[in-house]
Design a protein around this ligand. Sequence first.
Ligand code: 1CP
Length: 377
Amino acid sequence: MVVADSPFLGACRRLPTDRVPVWFMRQAGRSLPEYRAARGQGSILDVIRSPELAAELTLQPVRRLGVDAAILFSDIVVPAAAIGFGVDVEQGRGPVIADPFRGAEDLRRLRRFDPEADTPYVLETVRILAEELGSQGIPLIGFAGGPFTVASYLVEGGPSRNYIHTKTLMRADPGLWARLLDALADMALASLRSQVGAGASAVQLFDSWVGTLSAGDYERFVLPATRKVLEGLADLDVPRIHFGVGTGELLGLMASAGAEVVGVDWRVPLDEARRRIGPSCAVQGNLDPVTCLAPWEVVEAEAREALARGGGLGHIFNLGHGVLPETDPATLERLVELVHGAPTAEGPPTAEGPPTAEGPPADGPGPDGCSPEEAEQ
Ligand code: 1CP
């Protein structure tokens, strides 16, 4: 099979596929013994700077789990680290910034990101993977961090619960906030374009923590930058996936930002998510990652429910967020088998949205509906 005909790319375009495609966010990593064996002790940033190793870590879950897509082994803070913002990634904690972004003078530290010069190792990894996966007909997903989520690390200085500094900057100095997000949008866009140029077949924008915002704040403070990233990819003709956690109230707005696929976490059932997103986007999700720690019968029942509510057509099965390190890889293997054995919907999507096990769920598009130009296809 050639990559272009893969079930994953077909489902992103809401085309009929012979099976529901499945991959898992954070499918590479600590849940796999072969990852722990290969990773070594250094910073994850050092691993990412080693193309052969990063490519190997990307391929491990493809080999073991039989997933329909690979996701590049990298991190959302790689571009910011590469331009010298002073980012490190602490094992067991995540990204940390010794000297966080707090004022206008810090904008100078966010110089323009040039992927070829600043992260040649990422592009080399993508090239290795595109060749290796291409021969197997498996697409490679490139990714970048969404402007809000990357800003939250730069402004807070590390992982955060309440985003106090980030939200305060946003409200106290909206002009500076807009310039920060615009710079981070340019960074994400340059990174994603370069990954596609090197051979990635799809891209995902991880705005993981944007669910901390109200819809009003999201629309005013984040959506313009997100649109800039997604619309800036439109000419490349690769599916764009847009994902965040806790975004139930934001799904309609996120769908209006320009992606082909909206990622949904476990808090909103997929049929309801489709109602909020509108008929012109595919959906990705949405099994609770913690469910994977339950007995198989529970995993199976919840996965079947997600499949039924997802409706087959234009559904990429995934977890609602990343694989937890405690997950038994055997559970993920069984999940892939289960999803691949599930029925797919037939026929092209209707204006009402794809059918589900419970009949047509969508009574019209969400507030905006993504890729509106495709809505009547
Ligand atoms: O298979 C894969 O998905 C692995 C590749 C990958 C991806 C897609 C890594 C490697 N990081 C990411 C994206 C990423 N990084 C996101 C978006 C996805 C998500 O929401 O989970 C985010 C928010 C980060 C930031 C980050 N990097 C965190 C989260 C911290 C927090 O705020 O809670 C952590 C722990 C890291 C480090 C990191 N990146 C990747 C790995 C495997 C690790 C962990 C460990 C290590 O040091 O080995």
